[in-house]
Design a protein around this ligand. Structure first.
Ligand code: F0G
Length: 348
């Protein structure tokens, strides 16, 4: 059984020798073939199921390292600003480590499952009237003045942990793929993947590097537009961010790898989410469907080479945001009758 991510990759991470291992056995997530999508796009598409992490998103990879380091350094409290998943993960790892957890979220703007997670793990949940960007600014100022450790991805240990997803992709495929597609919000994850691929390449574990392809939502696409977005809007609440902290990391990953960062509409995101669920049996949250929507678009535009090996990172579980899914499907059939009525309804 795969154990703590830190035990598998410790020599490539940033921990101090005496740091404890605060872990929920994160990482080692499945890389699943997507036969229907592959056939449709004419490439070998693999899906990295980051929703299979203990709290249901990729954030656990960075959180195990950041919280272990914080604990090793004697911290008593951790804090983050979040669109939901970082909050859920920080709350869980704080509980595990016996630290105080504080999360700042945009009021009314985070998915219900994520809010439930943060609360049940006992974090102090602060809802602010502004958006994620305002919440992050507040957290950054607070940690300058008070003894609280920031565990947003501006904390380098978060990026260290998250780069292990790139290691796993190479470990499973035997080399780097041609393309890696993932959603871009605060831009830490694309920065981390690119770091991971480069490090494995430099260590001779991969013979090549992938092109990094980032997806933003059209109403929250600062990097695509080239300027911050003061009031970001999208159904994909996880990536509703107008001024990403790792902006430069994202553009470096894009430019060094010969990739692209582009925006997709909410309609494209929701339709990709349903296509994924219907055709491959996988339920990802809207933000995670954004790179899939972008893949469909790039294929239509002839921008993905035929027969290439493509990895799409499904960053978070669909169970986090049941409202987004329920708003977009037919309601259940109500039936007052017997098996014959049922057979009729089902047109058997
Ligand atoms: N996908 C999901 C499900 C996310 O929760 C996030 C970010 C991203 C993609 C984008 O990753 O920020 O590294 O570019 N969620 C953060 C949060 C912002 O607070 O949970 P990124």
């Amino acid at each position: 059984m795969p154990g703590p991510l830190i035990e598998r990759y410790r020599e490539r991470l940033s921990l101090a020798p005496g740091d404890p291992v605060v872990s929920l056995n994160e990482g080692s997530t499945p890389l699943v073939e997507a036969p229907v999508i592959s056939e449709r796009v004419g490439a070998s598409v693999y899906l990295k199921l980051e929703g299979a992490n203990p709290t249901g998103s990729f954030k656990d990879r960075g959180m195990t390292v950041a919280v272990s380091r914080a604990k090793g350094a004697g911290a008593e409290a951790i804090i983050c600003a979040s669109t939901g998943n970082t909050a859920a993960s920080a709350a869980a790892y704080a509980a595990r480590a016996g630290l105080r957890g504080v999360v700042i979220v945009p009021e009314g703007k985070i998915a219900i499952g994520k809010l439930a997670q943060a609360l049940i793990h006992g974090a102090r949940v602060i809802q602010v009237l502004g958006n994620f960007d305002a919440a992050l600014n507040m957290a950054r100022v607070l940690v300058e003045r008070y003894p609280v450790t920031l565990v947003n991805s501006v904390n380098p240990h978060r990026i260290e942990g998250q780069k292990t997803a790139a290691f796993e992709v190479v470990d499973v495929l035997g080399d780097a793929p041609d393309y890696v597609l993932l959603p871009v919000g605060n831009a830490g994850n694309i920065t981390a993947y690119w770091k991971g691929f480069r490090e494995y390449h430099a260590a001779g574990r991969a013979t090549r590097l992938p092109r990094m392809v980032g997806a933003q939502a059209e109403g929250a696409a600062p990097i695509v537009n080239g300027h911050p977005v003061p009031h970001p809007k999208t159904v994909a609440s996880a990536i509703r961010i107008g001024n990403p902290a790792s902006w430069e990391g994202a553009t470096t990953a894009r430019d060094e790898s010969g990739g692209v960062i582009a925006a997709v509409t909410d309609t494209e995101i929701l339709s990709a989410q349903i296509r994924l669920a219907n055709s491959e049996g996988l339920f990802a949250e809207p933000a995670s469907a954004a790179p899939l929507a972008l893949l469909f678009r790039l294929v239509r535009e002839g921008k993905i080479e035929k027969d290439s090996i493509t990895v799409v990172v499904l960053t978070g579980s669909g169970l986090k945001d049941p409202d987004a899914a329920l708003n977009n499907v037919e309601p259940p059939i109500e039936l007052d009758g017997d098996a014959r009525t049922l057979a009729k309804v089902l047109k058997l």
